[in-house]
Each structure stands twice: as structure tokens, then as C-alpha cells.
Design a protein around this ligand. Structure first.
Ligand SMILES: [Zn+2]
Ligand SMILES: [Zn+2]
Length: 263
């Protein structure tokens, strides 16, 4: 029996996904998953970026929804997580409140935004310049170094708007791999990117992410990969995990073992 695990799952609370924890758990059982990590876009104490996440006031309800599912689904290992943008001012919140008081099993680091010249820039559309790509990369590495995260989501997200694979993407990617290697921080090959509409660039039609030259370059480093569906609908709870895994296998990457989170 193949063991299927998915550590990246959203709920309706982020405002761009459907259904709640229970429906994802039911779908996970139907699709043969052994481990399901729920990891909605985290609430933030200052309610920053409210358009893609639950308000802070909804955090107890999110946490309780997962706790109840853990109690009621006995044939599925359910983990409580969140997908988080790092900022120093959130460090103690992530550590003491989520991983502490609320007993979250893990946090995922992700850079949907990155700081640039004192302002936050959206990675969708905003990492399309050399300086934007550099700022994204520096922030991504700082997030990894925070020590808060079990793995980093879609490191190649900059491929959504930086269209050419060139010396700048190579330098950025090498910096990410070097840091991930020394921290032994797993990097995610994201299945949601495989389901999203493709983009047309001067070099052809491709997924925004995963970006294949990124993962090919990864093979030069001793890094760990992880494949997830990044489900935003219950029916996608295991979608594209096999295809994302194939990318890692194709380039000879080693996969991370996150079973320690289950203890
Ligand atoms: Zn999302
Ligand atoms: Zn996600």
C-alpha cells in the first residue's frame, strides 16, 4: 500500500478555498491518505493581509475544528498546522501561541509577500524584477532561518511573474538551496501550481510553479523535498502529489520524512 501524506490543506476560512476540516478529512479517507495536515493561511494578531486569511478572532474556531476532527476520525492521522508569512514581530505569536498554547503540530513558511524598501510586496506579480527577486530571496532565507517552520512552501513561487530562467534566478535559487541545505529545511514541490492555469513566456508555456529548472538545479545540493497538494477543495486533497513527487524523482532529489510531526 502506498503511503500518501498531504501536509498542505486550506479551509473556507482563507476566503479562496471551500469547505471545512471535516470535508477534507472525509475526502482524505476516500482518496486513501494516511496523514492529513490542515494548514490554512494563518490568522495574524494584527489582521494584516485580511483578504487571504481568517481574522484573528476566528483562530479559536479553526483550532477547535481540527481538534474535533482529530477526536472523531480514528483511521486518519490529522495534524494541526498553518501556512505563515514570517515577520520578526510575529515570532513569539507563532512560537508561544500557535505552537505553544494552541498545540499546533507544525507551521509552514511561505512568502506570498516579501518586504522591499520598507513595504510589503505581493509575490504574485511583484517578484518580476532583479531587485524584487533579490528581496524575495533574502526574505525567504530569513523565514527559513527563523527556525519556526517544518518546511517551506513553493520556494519557486517567483516563477509566476519572473519569466526568464537567467543568471538572476540561478543566483536566487542557489542562495535558497545553500540555506536550505545548511538548515536541512525541506522545500515543497507544490501540487497546486500544477493545477493552476499555465503562463505563456518567451521561452514557452509552463506552470507558474513548480518551475522545472529550479528543481533541476536543486539536484546539485543536498536538500530535502516534500510534495503536497496544497488543497483548496476537498476533492483536491491528494491532487498532483504523485506528479509533484515525480518531479523530485526525475531530478534525483531526496524526500523529507516528516513523520516526527505525528508524535
Ligand atoms: Zn491559499
Ligand atoms: Zn497554501
Amino acid at each position: 500500500m502506498t503511503i500518501i501524506k498531504n501536509y498542505h490543506t486550506h479551509t473556507y476560512r482563507c476566503k479562496h478555498a471551500t469547505e471545512d476540516v471535516t470535508q477534507y478529512c472525509q475526502a482524505a479517507i476516500e482518496q486513501g491518505l494516511q496523514v492529513l495536515g490542515i494548514s490554512d493561511h494563518t490568522a495574524l494578531p494584527d489582521d494584516r493581509w485580511p483578504n487571504i486569511r481568517m481574522p484573528y478572532s476566528e483562530l479559536p474556531n479553526y483550532s477547535t475544528a481540527i481538534d474535533s476532527a482529530i477526536d472523531s476520525f480514528n483511521n486518519l492521522k490529522i495534524l494541526k498546522g498553518a501556512e505563515c508569512e514570517y515577520a520578526p514581530e510575529y515570532h513569539s505569536y507563532f512560537k508561544e501561541e500557535l505552537l505553544g498554547d494552541l498545540n499546533f503540530d507544525y507551521l509552514i513558511g511561505a512568502a506570498h509577500y516579501f518586504p522591499q524598501n520598507g513595504n510589503w510586496t505581493g509575490t504574485y506579480g511583484g517578484a518580476n524584477t532583479v531587485t524584487g527577486l533579490r528581496a524575495y530571496t533574502d526574505y525567504f532565507i530569513e523565514s527559513m532561518q527563523s527556525g519556526l517552520f517544518a518546511f517551506m512552501a513553493h520556494p519557486d513561487l517567483f516563477g509566476n511573474c519572473y519569466h526568464r530562467w537567467d543568471s538572476n534566478t540561478i543566483e536566487a535559487s542557489r542562495d535558497i538551496f545553500s540555506a536550505a541545505e545548511s538548515l536541512q529545511m525541506p522545500l515543497e514541490i507544490n501540487g497546486y501550481g500544477l493545477r493552476k492555469p499555465k503562463i505563456t513566456t518567451d521561452d514557452g508555456v509552463r506552470c507558474m510553479y513548480p518551475w522545472l529548472p529550479f528543481w533541476e538545479l536543486a539536484s546539485e545540493y543536498n536538500i530535502l523535498a516534500i510534495a503536497n497538494s496544497d488543497a483548496h477543495r476537498p476533492q483536491d486533497v491528494s491532487s498532483n502529489i504523485a506528479e509533484a513527487t515525480d518531479i523530485g524523482v526525475k531530478f534525483g532529489l531526496t524526500f523529507a520524512d516528516l513523520s516526527y510531526l505525528e508524535n
